[in-house]
Ligand binder design. Structure first.
Ligand SMILES: *Cc1c(COP(=O)(O)O)cnc(C)c1O
Length: 432
């Protein structure tokens, strides 16, 4: 499979190059040249293991870039935790994507991408240095996914005192190849340093720098897998209405890609918080960017979703065709909190704020549409203890992965929010 740049169809690369580059030169995103047909896989699915399903879905996208046996190993490392579809109410289930090492769905993409990079780097004498700025959640999945991966060093920048204790431990207890930089500044300061680093010729000469951003195809494409695992567990006659809590729209876009290749679905819903550019776009056909609004579902506080152009590309920029498949809904913080309370009380199920946005959106959609559906539950509720205390007033037990984290001691390097300080540090650190 080859990939083209959405802005320039003449710029074509294979899977390996698209993964190593991250973004096409001059911006835009990579997009697959054709969409595989999975109808045979759907027919045979009930008798296949998750690894076999994953292999059939992903192999066409990887093409000749990774040999079969290596890809099989990468896949089995990627899907090595449970992804159950749990019934919540008579018509709504949850696809729980939070049983991975950092309790967030981003574990799937981060694990797959890190192992692809390890493969592509196997004969290189230079390490690849992955740079990430994080406000909390993404960084944990990247640190965990890339920890102990040979040939790759990870540098993660996070704002001092602005991440939760658990998040900080996830960032600072990675393997020997992970460096956590505690920046005395804000998330924006961290992001500014990372952006500048990618355009710095001095650093480009010293390292193979890359980003583990969600726009990288090796993080985006494996997200299709769990939509297939959900369908394998789906027991109703009619295909599911699928509701995805969305921020940068990578997760939803992967689901729509699976749908375009033949995965059965009745309809898709993009569940957004107060950041409603896409819900507005879907109604008015006009894209008006606005400032980011802070909400309880903060991993979805995105004002200008980077993956939406991939969704438009998937539907040939035809809004009417897209509207037939996708509805976008905006849910307030008030509705989010009420939903957590209601679902806990009625069904004894605890939603995290992101999954609650999805539950509320799906419930709203179902008022005027017959059927059954599932929400994509993107994070474990334990990651949001403050919201839980406010809403359900009881503590929920820590999963084992968190308990063991609490006994560890984190390691970080404290730096001022100055680019020069970062450059001095990285040039003197042992990256090779
Ligand atoms: C990243 C994230 C999202 C949003 O996913 P996108 O692919 O960016 O739309 C939703 N929920 C949680 C918990 C996340 O961490």
């Amino acid at each position: 499979m080859n990939y083209y740049s959405i802005n320039n169809r003449n710029h074509i690369v294979d899977f390996a190059e698209a993964t190593l580059r991250g973004q096409p030169p001059g911006g835009s995103l990579y997009f697959p040249e054709n969409i595989p047909d999975v109808s045979k896989l759907i027919d045979e699915m009930s008798s296949l293991s998750r690894e076999e399903i994953a292999m059939q879905v992903i192999q066409p996208f990887v093409g000749n870039s990774i040999p079969q046996a290596d890809l099989e190993r990468i896949i089995s490392d990627t899907v090595n935790f449970e992804i159950p579809l749990i019934q919540i109410s008579p018509d709504i289930s949850a696809l729980e994507l939070f049983h991975g090492p950092t309790l967030a769905f981003k574990d799937v993409g981060a694990r797959f991408m890190s192992r692809c990079l390890r493969y592509f780097n196997r004969n290189s004498t230079r390490n690849t240095v992955v740079l990430v700025a994080t406000s909390g959640d993404t960084g944990g999945a990247v640190v965990s996914g890339f920890s102990e991966i040979e040939g790759v060093k990870v540098v993660v920048l996070y704002p001092s005192k602005k991440v939760s204790k658990i998040q900080e431990l996830q960032l600072t207890t990675g393997g020997k190849n992970v460096f956590a930089l505690e920046i005395r500044g804000t998330f924006d300061d961290c992001q500014a340093i990372v952006k500048k680093a990618f355009n710095d010729p001095q650093l480009a000469k010293a390292f193979n720098l890359t980003s583990a951003n969600s726009i990288n195809i090796a993080r985006w494409l494996p997200q299709q897998l769990y939509y297939f695992f959900a369908f394998q567990q789906w027991t109703y006659e009619q295909p599911p209405i699928i509701c995805v809590p969305s921020g940068n729209f990578g997760n939803l876009c992967a689901g729509l890609l699976a749908y375009k290749s033949g995965l059965p679905a009745e309809h898709f819903i993009a569940a957004c918080n107060a950041n409603d550019v896409i819900p507005r776009f879907m109604v008015y056909g006009k894209y008006t960017s606005r400032n980011t609004i802070s909400t309880l579902s903060n991993a979805m506080d995105v004002a200008d979703p980077s993956n939406f152009i991939r969704i438009l590309e998937l539907f040939q920029n035809d809004l009417v065709q897209l509207q037939e498949v996708l509805t976008a809904v905006s849910i307030s913080d008030y509705q989010t909190v009420e939903t957590i309370k209601q679902v806990h009380k009625s069904f004894n199920y605890v939603l995290d704020p992101h999954s609650a946005v999805a539950f509320s959106a799906l419930q709203q959609f179902m008022q005027s549409s017959y059927g059954q559906g599932y929400i994509v539950a993107t994070a474990h509720p334990i990651k949001f203890p403050d919201v839980l205390e406010q809403t359900i007033g009881e503590e929920i037990p820590y999963p084992d992965s968190i308990t063991s984290l609490l006994n560890k001691e984190g390691k970080s390097v404290k730096l001022p929010a100055k680019y020069e300080a970062f450059v001095d540090w990285i040039l003197s650190a042992d990256m090779n």
